[in-house]
Design a protein around this ligand. Structure first.
Ligand code: APR
Length: 169
């Protein structure tokens, strides 16, 4: 089931909350900042424990899972979206963010997961295209068995996600 909610993802009551992170996984602004603030310092500590190579803990399009610190969720799944203006293949990379996050949720026996609009803030992904990609992946087998919640932070983003959801038929 897919639900579209306008609000702060740190308030989501799900098994896994997805973070729109950067490759260093050491926090940032936007939803990354909100999740780390709400989760507390133990989340940052868990991220620091993840292996890194040349400062990279998570490649663009990939996803890593940690505990959720003080958040009500069991896990935080950190995914790194494409920076739209500087990626040769943003569609493929954004799709991978959703696919890899959903696979990690299934592998960790999650029944429910909350996504923000990955890459649609600082990383500049056009909302309509991002919504189509996100919903196409989430509406496909085997992911449709999960309770998937999109937490859209503003009305404009919610409306675009709603239009894309209705277009799924
Ligand atoms: N809950 C839900 N959505 C939120 C929240 C929140 N608390 N705060 C921001 N958002 C929304 C933004 O409005 C945007 O629609 O999340 C979407 C993603 O925006 P960003 O957080 O800027 O993420 P992204 O575009 O993927 O850029 C990632 O930003 O914060 C840094 O460390 C992060 O370097 C990374 C980059």
């Amino acid at each position: 089931m897919i639900q579209l909610i306008q609000g702060d993802i740190t308030k989501a009551h799900v098994d896994a909350i997805v973070n729109a992170a950067n490759s260093g996984l050491l926090g940032g602004g936007g939803v990354d900042g909100a999740i780390h603030k709400a989760a507390g310092s133990s989340l940052l500590e868990a991220c620091r424990q993840l292996p890194k190579r040349n400062g990279v803990r998570c490649e663009t399009g990939q996803a890593k899972i940690t505990h959720a610190g003080d958040l009500s969720a069991k896990f935080v799944i950190h995914t790194v979206g494409p920076i739209y203006s500087s990626c040769a293949n943003p569609v493929e990379l954004l799709r991978s963010c959703y696919i890899n996050s959903l696979n990690l949720a299934i592998e960790n026996d999650c029944q429910s997961i909350a996504f923000p609009a990955v890459s649609c803030g600082v990383y500049g992904y056009p909302l309509q295209e991002a919504a189509d990609i996100a919903l196409d992946v989430c509406n496909s087998t085997p992911f449709i068995v999960l309770d998937i919640q999109f937490y859209l932070y503003d009305k404009k983003t919610l409306l675009i996600w709603q239009q894309a959801f209705e277009a799924l038929g």
